[in-house]
Design a protein around this ligand. Structure first.
Ligand SMILES: C[S@@+](CC[C@H](N)C(=O)[O-])C[C@H]1O[C@@H](n2cnc3c(N)ncnc32)[C@H](O)[C@@H]1O
Length: 294
C-alpha cells in the first residue's frame, strides 16, 4: 500500500526487497526486533518494516547532510514540512533556488536543506541530487518537473512516518563510527542491514560515495564489529566477493531505474549466524540465482 512508501525516490533504492528482509527477520526469530540501516538513504525497507509492524524501532544513519536534514526535519517539524510540500511551486526558477540551497547545504538552515533535498529528489531525473531537472531547463520534455510530485500522496506518506517519530532514530555519522559506537548499544535481537553506495558508478548517483579502499575498510568493520545479525547488499563484482570471502551470499537480478532501466546482478551477504530464507519465499524479487558461500 502506498502509504508505507518512503517519500524519497532513491537511486538504487531497495524498498521492493522488503519482503525478503521480512523473511530474514522471520527465519531468524527477529520479528518485532530493532532494525538498523547505517546507509539509510530513502530507508525504503525500514519504512515498510516499521509501518507494517514487522519491527518495533528503526535506527537510521546517513553521512549525507541532505538526507539527514530531510529525515530530521520531517520527524521534528512534520506539519511545517507537509505545508511546504503542499504549497511548493514546481517550476525551473524555484528548482534553481533549491539547487542553491542544496549547494550550500553545509551552512544553510537545516529545515531548508531537508526541503531542498526532498524537492530535488522528486524533481530531478532518477532522483539524482546533482542531476538535471525532469523535462529539461526549457521544460520541453515529455515529462515535466512535476511528474514525480504527487503532493497528496507524498503528504500522506510523510504523515504516516511522522506518526511513528518515537520509533525512528536518525544520525548523521560516518557509517564506520555508527557501526563502532551506536550499533553495539542496541539489543542482541537486532537486524543490521548495510546497503553501502554501489561499488561501481556510485559517484554518479550520490554526493557521498566510497573509493575501493573505503569499501574494503567498511567490510572489515561490518564483519568485526557487529555482534548482532547483519546483512549487506551490493552490486555483484569480484572485489566485493573478495572482501566478504567465506560468507553466505545470495545473488539476484534487479531492475535499476537510474539513468536507464536495465537489469543488474546484486548480492546479499549474510553474517555467519544469520539463516538465509529459502528461494521460494522471494515474491517481490525478479529472480534468485543462487544461495551459496563465496
Ligand atoms: C545505496 S544508498 C542507500 C539506499 C537505501 N538502502 C534505500 O533503499 O534508499 C547508500 C547511502 O549511503 C550514504 N553514504 C555514503 N557514504 C556513507 C558513509 N561513509 N557513511 C554513511 N552513509 C554513507 C549515501 O549518502 C547514500 O544515501
Amino acid at each position: 500500500m502506498s502509504q508505507y512508501k518512503t517519500p524519497l525516490r532513491y537511486p538504487g533504492g531497495k524498498q521492493r526487497l522488503w519482503p525478503f528482509v521480512d523473511e530474514i527477520l522471520i527465519a531468524n526469530g527477529l520479528a518485532g526486533a530493532d532494525y538498523v540501516e547505517p546507509f539509510a538513504g530513502g530507508a525504503g525497507v525500514a519504512m515498510e518494516l516499521l509501518l507494517r509492524g514487522r519491527v518495533r524501532r528503526v535506527h537510521l544513519n546517513d553521512s549525507c547532510i541532505g538526507v539527514y536534514s530531510f529525515w530530521h526535519s520531517l520527524l521534528n517539524e512534520p506539519e511545517r514540512f507537509c505545508a511546504a510540500v503542499s504549497r511548493a511551486s514546481l517550476n525551473v526558477d524555484k528548482w534553481r533556488r533549491q539547487q542553491d540551497i542544496f549547494r550550500n547545504r553545509h551552512t544553510a538552515d537545516r529545515f531548508d536543506v531537508g526541503f531542498a533535498m526532498f524537492y530535488l529528489n522528486r524533481c530531478n531525473r532518477s532522483g539524482i541530487l546533482n542531476g538535471g531537472v525532469i523535462g529539461g531547463l526549457d521544460q520541453t520534455g515529455e515529462w515535466k518537473i512535476d511528474a514525480r510530485f504527487p503532493r497528496n500522496e507524498l503528504i500522506s506518506r510523510m504523515e504516516a512516518i511522522a506518526a511513528r517519530k518515537g520509533d525512528i532514530k536518525i544520525r548523521n555519522w560516518d557509517a564506520e563510527r555508527f557501526i563502532n559506537q551506536y550499533v553495539p548499544r542496541l539489543p542482541e535481537r537486532t537486524l543490521v542491514y548495510c546497503d553501502p553506495p554501489y561499488f561501481r558508478k556510485a559517484d554518479r548517483l550520490y554526493p557521498n560515495h566510497y573509493k575501493p579502499e573505503d569499501h574494503q575498510r567498511i567490510a572489515v568493520v561490518i564483519q568485526r564489529a557487529i555482534s548482532q545479525h547483519w546483512i549487506v547488499s551490493y552490486d555483484s563484482c569480484n572485489e566485493i566477493q573478495a572482501f566478504y570471502r567465506g560468507r553466505k551470499s545470495f545473488q539476484y537480478l534487479l531492475q535499476y531505474n537510474a539513468a536507464k532501466a536495465y537489469k543488474g546482478s546484486e548480492l546479499f551477504i549474510f553474517s555467519n549466524q544469520t539463516r538465509v530464507p529459502s528461494r521460494s519465499s522471494l515474491p517481490a524479487i525478479d529472480m534468485a540465482l543462487s544461495a551459496s558461500a563465496f
